[in-house]
Design a protein around this ligand. Sequence first.
Ligand SMILES: Nc1nc2c(ncn2[C@@H]2O[C@H](COP(=O)(O)OP(=O)(O)OP(=O)(O)O)[C@@H](O)[C@H]2O)c(=O)[nH]1
Ligand SMILES: [Mg+2]
Ligand SMILES: [Zn+2]
Length: 312
Amino acid sequence: MNSKAMSNKPLYKGTLIESTGSWYEVYTDHGIKLRCKFKGKYKIAGIKSTNPLAVGDRVEVHEDVEEGVGMIVRVLPRKNYIIRKATKLSSRTHIIAANIDYAFLVVTQSQPRTSTGFIDRFLVSCEAYHIPAVLVFNKTDLNNTQEQTQQQEWIQLYSSLGYTCIETSAVKGMGIPVLQKMMKGRISMFGGHSGVGKSALINSIEPTLNIKVGEISQVHLKGQHTTTFARMHPLSKGGWLIDTPGIKELGLVNFERQDVAGYMPEMRALLGQCKFNNCMHLKEPECAVKAAVVECNSKINCIFAKQNYKTL
Ligand SMILES: Nc1nc2c(ncn2[C@@H]2O[C@H](COP(=O)(O)OP(=O)(O)OP(=O)(O)O)[C@@H](O)[C@H]2O)c(=O)[nH]1
Ligand SMILES: [Mg+2]
Ligand SMILES: [Zn+2]
C-alpha cells in the first residue's frame, strides 16, 4: 500500500481487549470495537515472547473503511505487564496482560488447591513490575473447618505483609461488593489456576456479561481450562476487568537469583542486615533472613515459618 492510500485511512488510538493470536479486537478511544490484524514485531529487549501484543496494550490502528477491519500500526509503551514462562522449561515467555492498575490473584483451598509457593511467585512478579496485588480467596462456601482455618492463617500472614485479602464466593455473592468498589474506574486483572472461579467471579461482579464457566473435573478436582484467551470486559460502573486463562505454573522471567528477596516485603526489610551484601540467604554465614526463619520456625503465622523460599 502506498503512503498516500494509507494516509486516507483514519488513525485511531485504542486498547487491545482480546487477542486470539491471529486476530485482535481493539476498543477505540471513541468507542467502537474493531477487528484488527497486526503484522509487525514488538519486542521487549532480551525477551522471546509467544505473544507480541497483550490484552491491555495501547495501540494505534488504521481503519480500512471499505473492509471494516483495522491494522495495528504501533504499540504504545507499556506502563507495566505481567509475564510468565510459556511452559515450565521454556525460554519463551507469555505476557498475560499489560497496563493494569490491580492484579487480583484468585486462590482456592480445594478444587483446585492453590499452594503458597504459587501465591508467592505471583506476588513477586507483581512487586517486580510495581503492580498492586490483591489476594481473593474464592469458593469460601466450600471450605471445611480445616480449610477455613488454613484460609484464616494465610489471610493473617499476607495481610501482615501489606496485601489486601478478600474472602469471596461467586456462588453466594460473598465479597462481590468489595471487589466492585475496588475495581470501579480501574483496569483490573484476575489470575490464578484453572477452575478457581475467575470467570464465575466476573459474572457475579457484572451479571450481564454471562461468560462461560467450566465444570471441575471430578477425577482430578481441577478446572478444565475453559477460558482460552485473555479478554478485557467493560464494567458498568466504569473500569475494565481482564479474565485470563488458568495458569498451571508461574515461571518467573528475567529475575536474577539474588534479586528475588528484594521483591518480598518481609525479606526486603532485613536485606541490609546480612553480613554479605550479595547474600542469597542460603548457606552464607550471619544471614539475617535465615536467622529470622530459625527464630519463628514454630509460629505458624510468621511468614518465615513457611520456609518455602528456596522453591521460588
Ligand atoms: N461452590 C463454588 N463454586 C464456584 C465458585 N466460583 C466458581 N465456582 C465453580 O467452579 C467452576 C469453575 O469456575 P470458572 O469460573 O470456570 O473457573 P476459571 O477460574 O474461570 O477457570 P478457567 O477458565 O479454566 O481458568 C464452575 O463450576 C463454577 O461454578 C464459588 O465461589 N463457590
Ligand atoms: Mg475462566
Ligand atoms: Zn542473607
